[in-house]
Design a protein around this ligand. Structure first.
Ligand SMILES: NC(=O)c1ccc[n+]([C@@H]2O[C@H](COP(=O)([O-])OP(=O)(O)OC[C@H]3O[C@@H](n4cnc5c(N)ncnc54)[C@H](OP(=O)(O)O)[C@@H]3O)[C@@H](O)[C@H]2O)c1
Length: 352
C-alpha cells in the first residue's frame, strides 16, 4: 500500500504533542476526489480537538482539520464534473488532512490521532474550484470562515439590507469574513469588537463602520450609544457566557443572535428570561461541522454563487496573517492559542 506523510497527535494535550509521521494513502470511493493537499488552514476546533476538548459530532471523522486546498490526483467512477489536475479547495466535517480508514484504526486505538496529511478524499459535491488568480494558501483559508459567516448572517440571522449587526471577535477568520459579507449585503451599521488597536484597524479596513475595544470599554454601553438606545438587529457571537447578558441587552426588538462558540465559557449563574419575551428575541446555536453532507453541499452552492466571484475579482479579502511550513505545525498551533492571529493561519505541506 502506498504511504503518505501526516501530522499526528502523538499525545493529546499541548501543541508539543504534534509531530510528522506516515500513514497509508487513501483510495477514492465512487463519488470522491483524491486531492494532493498543498495547504490547509488552522481553526480553533483543531486546537480544542487536539486537547481532547472538542466533542466530534456523530458520524464525523475523529481526525483534525476541516479545510484544505490542493490538486485532484484521482477521481472515483461516479465523478462527473471535476477532473485530474483541477485546483480545488473545500470544507469537510473533519479528517480534512487524512482519511479515516480501517487500516488506521490501530493508530487511533493506541492514541495516535492522525491530523494533517498529504492527501484527502473529498466528495465531488463539496469541492470548490479555485479561481486561477487565487493562491493555494488563500484558497485553503477561504471555506471555513466564509461558510460559517454566510450561514450565520444570512441563513440563521436572516440579516437584511439596512439592518445593524454586531460581530464579535471581529479580527478572527470568521469575524473578518462576516464583516465583509455584511458590507456586501449593504447592512446598516456593522459594529465589530476586538481586543487590540491593530485588530480594530483591520475590522475597519474590511468594512466595519464601528470598532469597539472590548478590553477598554463596555460594548453594551457603546452599542446603546451608537444605536441611540435601539439595539442591533443581529449578533454573531463566539464568546458565550461572559458576553451573554451584554449581548441580550444589546439586541433590539425582534433581534436575532447566533451562538457559534464558547471562547468565554458555557455556564451562566443567573439569567433573566424576560427580555426574550419582551423584545421577541430569537437565539440559535450552530456548529457547521455537525451538519449533514447535503446541508454543507447546499451551503457550498450558495457560497460558490455569491462569494467565490468576489474572491476571484479581489472584492473579498481573505486575510492571511501567517503561513507556516508543516514542519512548524507546533508553532502554528501555539500562534493561534496565543490569540496573535489577525485573520487566518495557513500551513503548507513542504517536501521535507
Ligand atoms: N459553530 C461553528 O460552526 C463555527 C465554525 C467556525 C468557527 N467557529 C468558532 O468561531 C470562533 C472564531 O473562529 P476563528 O477560527 O475565526 O478564530 P480565531 O481566528 O482563532 O480568532 C478568535 C479570536 O477571538 C478572540 N477571543 C478569544 N478568546 C476570547 C474571549 N474570552 N473573549 C473575547 N474574545 C476572545 C481573540 O481575539 P481578540 O484579541 O480580539 O480577543 C481571538 O483571536 C471560534 O470560537 C471558533 O470555534 C464556530
Amino acid at each position: 500500500m502506498p504511504s503518505m506523510r501526516v501530522v499526528e497527535v502523538k499525545k493529546p494535550g499541548s501543541a508539543d504533542g504534534l509531530a510528522l509521521g506516515t500513514a497509508d494513502k487513501p483510495l477514492p470511493n465512487r463519488n470522491d476526489l483524491l486531492v494532493k493537499v498543498h495547504s490547509f488552514a488552522l481553526n480553533r476546533m483543531d486546537i480544542m480537538q487536539r486537547d481532547g476538548k472538542y466533542p466530534v459530532p456523530p458520524g464525523a471523522s475523529p481526525i483534525l482539520g476541516v479545510e484544505f486546498a490542493g490538486v485532484v490526483e484521482a477521481a472515483g467512477d461516479g465523478v462527473t464534473k471535476a477532473k485530474v489536475g483541477d485546483r480545488i479547495c473545500g470544507l469537510l466535517s473533519g479528517g480534512c488532512y487524512a482519511e479515516v480508514r480501517t487500516e488506521l484504526s490501530a493508530d487511533l486505538v493506541s492514541g495516535h490521532i492522525l491530523t494533517s496529511s498529504q492527501y484527502v478524499l473529498v466528495p465531488e459535491d463539496l469541492a470548490i474550484p479555485i479561481p486561477d488568480n487565487v493562491s493555494f494558501e488563500k484558497a485553503a483559508a477561504f471555506p471555513e470562515a466564509q461558510f460559517t459567516a454566510y450561514q450565520a448572517l444570512f441563513w440563521i440571522n436572516d440579516l437584511k439590507e439596512g439592518e445593524d449587526v454586531l460581530i464579535h471577535a471581529g479580527a478572527s477568520g470568521v469575524g473578518l469574513a462576516a464583516i465583509q459579507l455584511a458590507k456586501w449585503k449593504r447592512a446598516g451599521r456593522i459594529i465589530a469588537t476586538a481586543g487590540t488597536a491593530s485588530k480594530l484597524k483591520h475590522c475597519k479596513e474590511h468594512g466595519a463602520t464601528h470598532a469597539i475595544n472590548y478590553k477598554e470599554e463596555s460594548f453594551k454601553e457603546k452599542i446603546n450609544e451608537i444605536t441611540e438606545g435601539k439595539g442591533v438587529n443581529c449578533i454573531v457571537d463566539f464568546i458565550g457566557a461572559t458576553y451573554w447578558n451584554d449581548n441580550i441587552a444589546s439586541l433590539g426588538r425582534d433581534g436575532r443572535m447566533v451562538l457559534l462558540g464558547f471562547l468565554g465559557g458555557m455556564k451562566l449563574d443567573q439569567f433573566d428570561l424576560s427580555p426574550l419575551l419582551l423584545k421577541r428575541l430569537k437565539i440559535e446555536g450552530s456548529t457547521l461541522r455537525s451538519r449533514s453532507e447535503e446541508y454543507t453541499a447546499r451551503l457550498r452552492t450558495a457560497v460558490v454563487k455569491d462569494v467565490l466571484p468576489m474572491l476571484a475579482s479581489g472584492a473579498l479579502d481573505v486575510r492571511i496573517c501567517k503561513v507556516f511550513p508543516w514542519t512548524e505545525i507546533v508553532d502554528a498551533h501555539k500562534y493561534m492559542e496565543g490569540n496573535h492571529n489577525e485573520g487566518k493561519i495557513v500551513v503548507t505541506i513542504t517536501s521535507e
